[in-house]
Ligand binder design. Sequence first.
Ligand code: FMN
Length: 353
Amino acid sequence: MAKLFEPLQIKSVTLKNRIAVSPMCEYSSEDGFANDWHLVHLGSRAIGGAGLIVMEATAISPEGRITPADMGIWKDDHITNLQRITTFIHQHDAVAGIQLAHAGRKASNNVPWQGGKEIAISEGGWKVLSASAIPFHEGADLPIELTTDGIKKVTGDFKAAAQRALTAGFKVIEIHAAHGYLINQFLSPFSNQRTDEYGGIFENRVRLLVEVVTAIKTVWPDNLPLFVRISATEWKEGGWDIQQSVQLSKLLKDLGVDLIDCSSGGNIGNVKIPLVAGYQVPLSAQVKKEATILTGAVGLITTAQQAESILQNEQADIIFLARELLRNPYFPLQAARSLNFDIKWPVQYERAK
Ligand SMILES: Cc1cc2nc3c(=O)[nH]c(=O)nc-3n(C[C@H](O)[C@H](O)[C@H](O)COP(=O)(O)O)c2cc1C
């Protein structure tokens, strides 16, 4: 039996296989609304056989958007269009998840195909927020350091977003605590130089994430999975590292988090990242082993055999694929064939099997 196609039950949710669509910003929303692009994009990957489909980084507040075109879930009006997408995904035997996000100091940018640079306030940008008033890079907008009330608002926005995600029909929430976005900015000593209870020692830097998890748990049912994506290392001495990730994962497990999605980097520039096939897999393996929690591996995983061997070697429980699934939405159908495993194809496509 191919492990890639072994079902995985997490709480009341069963994933039919271990292939997850990694969250990918489409920068195709207006005022945060999902539209036909998202239905077709995510719907194709449901038809293509992925077990779990995680909607892109979805902003919990307008100021938490990376770009003005980000997906959003900060108002009830967003729910109906999202519901259409979750319904379609579930009709095709996949599970719909959503990544809840706040970009912090990495907000207020143009979309990548317009250069991805900061938008001036005079041109429709907005003041960005962070753990400390430290810009993402030299020349970037100086963020406003969040006050305690500002932090409470962030936590409340995550909670309200989780409630809306539930109403919209999502069955998995992934909290975005990676890639240098707001929660990651609190975790890292490079971007967090606060002197209050949210800065300094490990327990303080993780406090925002702990509070976000706790707030979400008050509205997110106990029988539905909760994931957290972390940057398990920032690849720089003196920064957030794998040991802290293991410690954090143990803490999150005790709070009821089900899976740690192990990515890396994104909070600081000028670091050397070893961009080889499966380069983040050892991070997932270490978190899985030392924190004894389910993990997801992600990053430069492109073949069925590679994905299968990660699972066989117990380095992860789920494989998140991003760019390979952009190249080929039918990767799961083809992966099954290449692992000599028979899976159900959509009836409409059976003549091509
Ligand atoms: C177009 C695009 C958009 C992305 N948007 C997000 C996002 O919204 N949230 C996130 O956590 N990662 C995002 N990522 C990172 C991917 O989820 C993934 O971690 C990364 O691309 C490495 O996996 P891959 O080698 O399979 O592409 C994005 C990647 C791409 C290519």
